[in-house]
Design a protein around this ligand. Sequence first.
Ligand code: SAM
Length: 274
Amino acid sequence: MDLDPLEPPLKWAGGKRWLISRLQPIWQHHASCRLVEPFAGGLSVTLGLRPKQALLNDATTHLINFYCWLQSGLVITIPCYNDPAQYYDHRQRFNELIAQGRADTKEAAELFYYLNRTGYNGLCRFNRKGLFNVPFGRHACIRYRTDFTPYAAIFGAWRFQAGDFMAFPIQPGDFVYADPPYDGGFTAYAGKAFFWTDQVRLAQWLASLKVPVVASNRASKRILALYADLRFHIALIDAPRRIAANGSRKRVKEMLAMNLLARGCVPSSPFFLR
Ligand SMILES: C[S@@+](CC[C@H](N)C(=O)[O-])C[C@H]1O[C@@H](n2cnc3c(N)ncnc32)[C@H](O)[C@@H]1O
């Protein structure tokens, strides 16, 4: 397989590219496994680890539709300009396709890419009717990619699926990396919030799996207690500083939780909880 570095094709909130150097020492012990990501998001981890086989799921159906079109070598043919009039035209057309039940088309995938690059902060937000409502982004300059054919060879060996994280059976030979919306952070990606009950449902589901599991999350007190009670090994890591709503920069601790079947350790973690 060609191992040229490939950038994640979209901007996506919560991307964990910065965590790859911590995940790699664990993944190297399991690299022959199928990588299962129930919260695949912007694929920064998948593209960083480059598994031979992967099952990549996300609740945001438009995101998965875009990846499915990349599997067949998408080339963007719609006009792409960083211009508010064109942005709102394309947004309206995207919403027409959703309303017509044609959100799985190539045109919808192309529009989704354009809206992701051109909209405010790469946000993916929908109103109660399921229509995309992110405003124009006012970026100084955008480099649009039109030819996604280099992704086809790599994505071709991976399986994509849209739905809730619990919706697929885990098989022997899988390795699960779970990166849900942060506890207490931005959770409204797919138009549906990720509540504390979902965090508990996730942690319990992960604890029930008989394959190696690694999960990341914001290291809130209740998340640490939840995973420690379920007998995960826990490492704390300094996450990159994030810009808070009031403009201040907050230092955030990230949790990496591993079950007993996951081998390897997280380098330079300040401490381990048992
Ligand atoms: C933190 S992001 C994942 C980022 C990804 N690891 C990356 O590095 O790009 C969390 C993802 O969970 C998805 N999500 C939210 N609720 C979900 C659910 N119930 N089941 C599956 N995915 C969900 C969101 O659409 C979002 O893409």
